[in-house]
Design a protein around this ligand. Structure first.
Ligand code: CP
Length: 306
């Protein structure tokens, strides 16, 4: 049973995750059959409050709420009273007083979603907080894997790229271990978090070892702006030693797939021909993101019953 808020994957049981995925499958079936005016959240109101940029998460949450019949308030932080110094808690309490049932928040600071959740009565959904968590990204990744492979037990998942700064990697690792998958990771030493082996993941010695016999190869975005900080020598060297290329994908299982939370730096973390190949599920992940966000909004606001 989900609690008041969705703040991270760690707070969910395996059964919670599986019930969200089942609801997500129902939502995906509904929207793919053309249903865009369901009424599960009629007379409810959802606010999105994004302090960081987003294309996928913000717009899929907003469409998810609209397709379920909710009213949507999209706070434009850059044009809001945040710019006059209003605090996060005061902003959240203001949204609550205009009859908001759920606030979807993205913030650059880890813990911001929990701070908000602790100070408002309405539901809070974390759409990414600093380096901490991005639970709905992990849930949509799980929905995509379930769609392709049918389950998770023994699934071999390779996560390659900037693990250190990735809330997506952290949330995926937490959930995949609960679901019974095996996770191997590979990153430049400077982008590998200390102590990560304590989570039960295997650290590969090379990108080839990470890809070898994998079912899923998941790339992570390299933040090119970090180049100034010297976290790896050059983009060219990153591609050579860490890039997901056709030749490296061929080391994985015959039916292996390539995933990425996106946005992707084409030709950096994943070669452009791989992104455009039938191995790539990057755009399928986006549709599954809509479905899983419909599921969690419905389950948090009105409960799991149909
Ligand atoms: N994957 C993801 O969170 O994308 P956005 O930053 O576009 O929301």
């Amino acid at each position: 049973m989900l609690k008041k808020d969705l703040l991270d994957i760690n707070s969910l049981t395996k059964e919670d995750i599986l019930s969200i995925l089942e609801e997500g499958e129902r939502m995906r079936d509904a929207v793919e059959s053309g249903a865009k005016s369901l009424d599960a959240l009629r007379d409810r109101s959802v606010a999105t409050l994004f302090y960081e940029n987003s294309t996928r998460t913000k717009n899929s949450f907003e469409n998810a709420a609209r397709f379920l019949g909710a009213n949507v308030v999209s706070v434009s932080v850059g044009n809001s009273s945040v710019k006059k110094g209003e605090t996060l808690i005061d902003t959240g309490m203001t949204l609550e007083r205009i009859m908001t049932d759920a606030i979807v928040i993205r913030h650059e600071v880890a813990g911001a979603a929990k701070l908000l959740a602790d100070n408002v009565k309405c539901h809070v959904l974390n759409a990414g907080d600093g380096l901490h968590a991005h639970p709905t990204q992990a849930l949509l990744d799980f929905l995509t894997m379930k769609e392709i492979f049918g389950g998770f037990e023994g699934l071999e998942v390779a996560i390659i790229g900037d693990i250190k700064h990735s809330r997506v990697a952290r949330s995926n690792i937490e959930g995949l271990k609960k679901l019974g998958a095996n996770v191997r990771i590979f990153a430049p030493n400077t982008l590998m978090p200390q102590g990560i082996e304590r989570t039960g993941v295997k650290i590969a010695e090379s990108v080839e070892e990470a890809c070898d016999n994998a079912d899923v190869i998941m790339g992570l975005r390299i933040q090119l702006e970090r180049q100034k900080k010297g976290l790896f020598p050059s983009v060219g060297e990153y591609v050579k030693y860490y890039g997901i290329t056709k030749e490296r994908v061929a080391l994985a299982k015959k039916n292996a797939v390539v995933m990425h939370p996106a946005p992707v730096n084409r030709g950096v973390e994943i070669a452009s021909d791989v992104i455009d190949s039938d191995k790539s599920y990057i755009y399928r992940q986006v549709t599954n993101g809509l479905a899983v966000r419909m599921a969690v909004l419905k389950m948090l606001i009105i409960g799991g019953e149909r």
